[in-house]
Ligand binder design. Structure first.
Ligand code: TYD
Ligand code: MG
Length: 451
């Protein structure tokens, strides 16, 4: 058989392009387990005996009371899952090598075991001693934390049946294999069968499963896309490997929203939760030329982000425009808006923008802060102290309000920003706050550089 790594389609003949989803070069050769075919008496017709056992139920009669979530006491982790672990859920955790997936799952296992649950941690990548050394460093001394170092799927399922754990962690789905398949571990058919057996066990035994997955060079979990479809929740652990801050993000969640993120910091004794992310993304030195502060929302949380800009005369040929942390095209739009509305000649200048802390931002609320940073660097003047800018900028230079401004203003107030610039259409502003309202970009200049 040939099997498409993008859409999961099966075809019997190889071709350069998948006949179903039209992806190029995605068909990989694989073998398939074929069980004995059961002969039904009524061939071709639905099996009426089976129907009796599994009949439709009324939605209103299905009870939900039994679904209590298990808390891990690591707030950032619970938050990303949507408020804790749901019985029988299958979770896939992807991330680059060395980002801290094993560390995170070891700490989570330890926390749950401390709360009196039985955990089975299966590792196909490290030896028992290696894990012991790491767990010592992490201070994991929970009692009911069982370790199994194997890559054989039958062994794992047998141990689960013996031990009856409350939670199972499998350190790397790519390392386990089923002996009845000839393919090597990590191949498509192994991944598909192993994931499917694990999710079935999770559902039938009502045991939550955490499967750690490797990622390919473009950052997706290695293997066919359908292993992401098979599980209930897909989490990605991301961040620069050099940067000590890591972000856990849900890209799929059948039991909660995918907006929440969890922020962790890697320290010498493991991952620590970051409860106050605003401080992390601010460098907070006053009178910084080319720096402006804005506020972004991630899920239900608001935090402050510092934008830094460097505008300098282009020395060779075409000027360069580099945006780190947001879309390059957005920078082009913003520069065009500045040129048109403020008559600044940025054409012969290189413009570089970065967001501190390796943040990535997709929402438009940071537009005004980006513009202020660019102007500040161009003018070589720092913005007034404790200034924060909130606003989306339209193509004609009009300033639009941002979503959930109350939440953002509260965060700004908490961190001592007194000089806040917002759109004139922003509603429900706390009376105690001193804000400057502006309608369009032309009003921004005198406010920032009047003194
Ligand atoms: P690890 O969890 O092994 O990553 P993964 O399973 O995602 O490949 O951890 C990777 C890095 O974390 C490793 O390079 C060292 C670092 N680290 C610390 O800085 N402090 C610690 O306490 C631990 C356990 C790891
Ligand atoms: Mg690992």
């Amino acid at each position: 058989m040939f099997f498409c790594t993008e859409c999961g389609a099966e075809v019997s003949k190889w071709s350069g392009k998948c006949p179903v989803c039209w992806a190029w070069n995605s068909l990989k050769e694989t073998s398939r387990i074929i069980g004995k075919k059961k002969k039904s008496k009524l061939e071709g017709l639905p099996n009426f005996e089976g129907l009796k056992k599994n009949r439709p139920e009324l939605l209103k009669d299905i009870k939900t009371g039994t679904q209590t979530r298990l808390k891990t006491s690591i707030g950032e982790f619970d938050g990303v899952l949507g408020g804790g672990i749901v019985p029988g859920m299958a979770v896939l955790i992807g991330g680059e090598p060395g980002i801290g997936k094993s560390t995170l799952m070891m700490q989570v296992s330890n926390q749950i075991a401390k709360n009196g649950k039985k955990i089975l941690y299966v590792s196909g990548e490290e030896s028992g001693q290696q894990i012991k050394l790491r767990s010592k460093r992490l201070g994991c001394e929970a009692k009911e934390l069982y370790l199994l170092c194997t890559t054989n799927l039958e062994d794992i399922l047998n141990s689960i049946a013996d031990l009856q754990p409350d939670i199972v962690v499998v350190d790397s789905i790519q390392s386990v294999y089923l002996t009845s398949l000839e393919n090597s571990p990590g191949s498509i058919s192994q991944l598909r069968e192993c994931t499917s057996l694990f999710t079935q066990t999770a559902k039938t035994g009502n045991i939550p499963f955490f499967l750690i997955g490797h990622v390919t060079k473009d950052g997706m979990v290695a293997g066919p896309k359908i292993i992401e479809h098979m599980v209930d929740t897909v989490l990605y652990f991301e961040g620069e490997t050099q940067n000590q801050f890591k972000i856990l993000r849900a890209t799929k969640n059948r039991f909660g929203s995918t907006n929440e993120i969890g922020i962790f910091e890697m320290q010498s004794n493991g991952l620590k939760e970051v409860k106050n992310p605003s401080q992390l993304f601010l460098s907070r030195e006053d009178n910084n030329i080319g720096s402006a502060v804005g506020c972004v929302l991630e899920g239900t949380r608001a935090f402050l982000v510092e934008v830094q800009a460097l505008v300098s005369p282009a020395s060779y040929g075409t000027s360069q425009r580099v945006a780190l942390g947001f879309d390059q095209r957005k920078l082009a739009v913003i520069l065009a808006i500045i040129e048109k509305n403020l008559n600044l000649n940025l054409r012969n200048n290189d413009v570089f923008i970065t967001l501190t802390g390796g943040m990535r931002v997709f929402e438009p609320a940071l537009d005004l802060a980006i513009i202020a940073a660019i102007i500040s660097s161009y003018q070589e003047k720092a913005l007034p102290a404790n200034t924060l800018l909130l606003g989306e900028v339209g193509l004609n230079g009009e300033i639009r309000p941002v979503s959930q401004s109350e939440k953002r203003l509260k965060e700004a107030q908490k961190l001592g920003y007194e000089n806040i610039i917002v759109s004139s259409r922003t509603k429900n502003i706390n009376k105690k706050l001193i804000v400057t309202k502006i309608k369009n970009l032309r009003q921004l200049f005198p406010i920032l550089f009047s003194k």
